[in-house]
Design a protein around this ligand. Structure first.
Ligand code: GMT
Length: 380
């Protein structure tokens, strides 16, 4: 198939999932056309079947902001026509849902099936803003297929917009060859606690630091913070305030987080909201137990007491105590890490989940050939 993928290129889960999906689809023989502002940051392709079409953004002083949605619509329509795409798959609904629907109008009889994947904040934060809600509600009814990355997000979408149509849950996935535990010298090694995110307020970096500060007061450890974003300066100030500067390393944005994760022993994700938690799955694939908030889709990812522990978001003490115990008990940490890796292998591999998207596209391109099991389940 010739598949168009529309996504943000930046450091964020939706862009990562879209990029990995496109890369794997190309490796499986499809022709994949990315339509994005820039080259998606994790995109590397060895198949020769991946194409990048940049969305050009006009800038004019009269405009309050650059017309991204309209430019994206134009690019989608152009690429569909020029490259005779079979299907367009947009990731993150704001504003890609509206842009894709406008592209369909522009294409008229040349329109192609349209798939929308909801990732989280496009629904839970932006989507129900009064200015956008009606576009979300009516737009989601008009596209050919809607997918969500967790059952939680499907439920929230229905609650917020009163959408009754089928929404297929396809959880996020990782490349388990890239994200894997590595052999390392354990003797006399100080344990490393890791957090990876885009440092937005929803990730609660302040909690990561407070939880770690409690842990390190009881057991020697290092904290590795990977990523960057609006909360970085506040996070650095908090580290200074707790006097734990020599224990904390800010790695900033790194092109490949897998090697960093593989140096770690424990992963913290105390987010205020998380529709899935791709970062947790990447850590689990590397054999790290995850301590996370019991919010959103995280209970569908982390098996409480088996692959990590879940806490009420405000329960910093509980999280710190569980973290301390795991720092003291290398054997338990190792067991949980192994269970985490096994869980990912059983439920969140690219090999298991890419075919779900392929079937979905196929059902639209050749509708009679495939019956989609929209009730297909996964654990949680
Ligand atoms: O979480 C972010 O800040 C990034 C955001 C995105 O759209 O890039 O992530 C959302 O999509 C990811 C991929 O599906 C999910 O793993 C994240 O849980 C989700 N973030 C939130 O719901 C806050």
């Amino acid at each position: 198939m010739r598949i168009g993928i529309v996504c943000y290129p930046t450091y964020g889960g939706s862009g990562v999932v879209a990029t990995e999906l496109g890369r794997h689809l190309a490796a499986r023989g499809h022709e994949v056309h990315f339509i994005s502002l820039e080259r998606p940051f994790r995109l590397d392709d060895s198949s020769g079947r991946v194409y990048l079409h940049r969305i050009g953004l006009p800038d004019y002083p009269v405009l309050p902001s650059k017309p991204y949605g309209m430019a994206a619509a134009g690019s989608i329509a152009d690429v569909v026509r020029t490259h005779k795409l079979d299907v367009v798959h947009v990731h993150y609904a704001v504003p890609h849902l509206a842009a894709a629907l406008l592209a369909q109008t522009l294409l008229g009889r040349d329109r192609v099936p349209l798939v929308v994947t909801l990732h989280g904040t496009d629904v839970t934060v932006l989507g129900h803003d009064a200015a956008l809600a009606s576009v979300m509600r009516d737009g989601l009814e008009q596209v050919d297929r809607v997918t969500a990355v967790s059952r939680y997000l499907r439920r929230r979408t229905r609650e917020l917009f009163g959408v009754s149509r089928a929404i297929t849950v396809i959880p996020n996935f990782v490349d388990v060859w890239q994200f894997r535990p590595r052999l390392r010298k354990e003797k006399d090694r100080m344990p490393v606690v890791i957090h990876v995110s885009n440092f937005r307020p929803v990730k609660r970096i302040d909690r990561v630091i407070r939880v770690f500060a409690r842990m390190v007061s009881r057991h020697p450890a290092k904290l590795l913070l990977v990523g960057d974003g609006p909360e970085r300066a506040a996070a650095e100030a908090l580290v200074e305030r707790f006097g734990i500067r020599e224990h904390v390393h800010f790695a900033g944005k790194v092109p490949n987080v897998a090697p960093a994760l593989a140096t770690g022993d424990l992963f913290l994700l105390p987010s205020a909201e998380e529709s899935f938690g791709l970062a947790a799955v990447e850590a689990m694939a590397c054999g790290l137990p995850v301590l996370a908030s019991r919010v959103g889709g995280l209970p569908e990812v982390v098996v409480d007491g088996e692959t990590g522990f879940l806490f009420d978001p405000d329960d910093e003490q509980g999280m710190a105590e569980a973290g301390e115990k795991l720092l003291f008990d290398a054997e338990r940490r190792y067991e949980m890490g192994r269970a985490a890796r096994d869980h990912v292998m059983a439920h969140f591999t690219a090999d298991k989940l890419i075919p779900r998207y392929e079937e979905l596209y196929q059902s639209l391109v050749e509708p009679d050939d495939v019956a989609i099991d929209s009730a297909a389940s996964y654990p949680g």
